[in-house]
Design a protein around this ligand. Structure first.
Ligand SMILES: Nc1ncnc2c1ncn2[C@@H]1O[C@H](COP(=O)(O)OP(=O)(O)O)[C@@H](O)[C@H]1O
Ligand SMILES: [Mg+2]
Length: 365
C-alpha cells in the first residue's frame, strides 16, 4: 500500500498556539508510520506557513520549523511549495490548531480552497461550535438545557450589569463567546468587580456574556467521533480541577487537576450516563460536527434550581489531542488506541472528501 502524506498543520494565530504545538508533536509520535507519512506545517503567530524538519529529541520526535516560509498552490495534489525547493505532495491535512483560526472555520475554509481532504468538522460546524452563544441557542432549541446567560455590550455596560444583577445574580461567569483554554473567563462572586472583568474579557473578543454558575459543578466531558450514521460516543469522563474552577493554571500549569474515567456520577446513576451520551450524540448531529468533537457538560445546581441538573457547556471541535488529553483517553477507555484513533480520523476525512466529490460542480441549463 502506498503511504499517504498527511500534513499536520499546527501553531496558528491563536492564544492556544503553544498547546497546538504539543498536540501536533503528540500526533507525530503516534501516527501509524506504516500507513502514513507525517509532514509538519507550522503556522507562526504572525501567520507565516513554514515546513518542518522532524527531529529526534531523546526518545521523542518533534517538529522543527525551517526558517523559510512556504507558498501554496491550490487545486492540485502538490499543494505546498517550498521556497525554491521541490513541491511537497499532500494527500490529507490534519489541522490541529486550537481556538481562533483553527476551530472557527478559518483553516477549514483555507483547506477547502486547496481542495484536499481534511480531518475534522467543516467550515460551518467549526464556526458554530466555536461560538458558545450560537451553539447554546441551537442546542436549547433541541430541548437540551444550558445555563442562563445575558450578552453584555461595551456601550451599555452599566445598564447591562443591572440586568445581569437582576436576572442572573451571583455566582456567575464572565465569558467571551469564542475563546478556549479558559482565557477571558472569570468567576464572579460579588458584583463589586464585575465591570473590571467584563472590560478584561472585551480585550480578547468583541462578544462577551455573563452566565449563571453551576454551583460545585461536576465537569463532565464526552468524546464523540464518526461520520454520518456511524457515530461513536465514549463513556463520560470527569475533570476535578485543582482551582476553584477549571482555569488556565488548572488546565495546563500546575498538573494537579484529575481526569477521572468513567465520571463518578456514572457509577451511581446509569440513567444519567445514558442521557449524557444521547445528548452528546444529538449535539454532535445538530451542530453538524464531523470527524471528532469533545462535548462538555456541567452537572449540579444553580442558584435558581433546587435539584441537580445537566447543563450543556460547550463543544470543542479540535480538542486537546496529546496522548494524555481527555479526548483520546476517553476513546481509549473503550479499547481504541490513540494510534488507531488517528488512523480512523484520517480515514473518515478521506471518505468525507470522496462524498463531497459526488456533487455536481458545473451546471449548464
Ligand atoms: N456556568 C458555569 N458554571 C460553573 N463553572 C463554569 C461555568 N462556565 C464555565 N465554568 C468553568 O470555567 C471553565 C472554562 O469554561 P468553558 O466555558 O469550558 O471555556 P473554555 O472554552 O475556555 O474551556 C469550565 O471548565 C468550568 O470550570
Ligand atoms: Mg471548556
Amino acid at each position: 500500500m502506498v503511504k499517504k502524506n498527511v500534513a499536520i498543520i499546527f501553531g496558528g494565530v491563536s492564544v492556544e498556539h503553544e498547546i497546538s504545538i504539543i498536540s501536533a508533536n503528540s500526533i507525530l509520535n503516534n501516527i501509524d508510520k506504516k500507513k502514513f507519512n507525517p509532514i509538519g506545517i507550522y503556522i507562526s503567530k504572525k501567520g507565516i506557513l513554514q515546513h518542518c524538519k522532524i527531529n529526534r529529541k531523546e526518545k521523542k520526535l518533534n517538529f522543527k520549523p525551517y526558517e523559510s516560509s512556504i507558498s501554496v498552490t491550490p487545486g492540485g495534489k502538490k499543494v505546498f511549495l517550498l521556497n525554491g525547493e521541490r513541491p511537497i505532495k499532500v494527500d490529507i491535512i490534519f489541522p490541529i490548531i486550537h481556538g481562533t483560526t483553527g476551530e472557527d472555520g478559518a483553516i477549514q475554509g483555507f483547506i477547502k480552497i486547496l481542495n484536499i481532504a481534511s480531518v475534522g468538522s467543516d467550515v460551518l460546524s467549526s464556526s458554530l461550535t466555536m461560538n458558545k452563544i450560537l451553539s447554546k441557542d441551537i442546542v436549547t432549541k433541541n430541548d437540551i438545557k444550558t445555563c442562563k446567560y445575558l450578552i453584555v455590550h461595551e456601550k451599555s455596560l452599566d445598564n447591562d450589569i443591572k440586568k445581569v444583577k437582576k436576572e442572573i445574580g451571583t455566582p456567575c461567569f464572565v465569558k467571551t463567546s469564542n475563546l478556549g483554554s479558559s482565557i477571558g473567563i472569570y468567576k464572579i462572586n460579588n458584583f463589586n468587580n464585575i465591570k473590571k472583568y467584563i472590560r478584561k474579557a472585551f480585550k480578547f473578543s468583541n462578544e462577551v456574556f455573563v452566565e449563571e454558575a453551576v454551583i460545585k459543578a461536576q465537569e463532565i466531558e464526552v468524546s464523540v467521533f464518526g461520520y454520518k450514521d456511524e457515530i461513536f460516543v465514549s463513556t463520560p469522563g470527569e475533570i476535578k480541577p485543582s482551582s476553584e474552577f477549571y482555569d488556565y493554571k488548572a488546565k495546563y500549569v500546575d498538573n494537579k487537576s484529575e481526569l477521572i474515567i468513567p465520571a463518578t456520577i456514572c457509577n451511581k446513576n446509569k440513567s444519567l450516563e445514558k442521557k449524557i451520551k444521547s445528548d452528546a450524540k444529538k449535539i454532535f448531529k445538530e451542530l453538524k460536527c464531523e470527524g471528532m468533537a469533545r462535548i462538555d457538560f456541567l452537572y449540579g445546581k444553580t442558584k435558581k434550581s433546587n435539584s441537580k441538573g445537566l447543563f450543556f457547556s460547550e463543544v470543542n471541535s479540535i480538542p486537546g489531542f496529546t496522548d494524555i488529553s481527555m479526548f483520546p483517553k476517553l476513546i481509549n477507555y473503550s479499547g481504541i488506541t490513540y494510534r488507531n484513533l488517528i488512523t480512523k480520523l484520517i480515514n473518515i476525512s478521506i471518505k468525507k472528501f470522496k462524498d463531497e466529490k459526488k456533487f455536481i460542480k458545473s451546471f449548464t441549463n
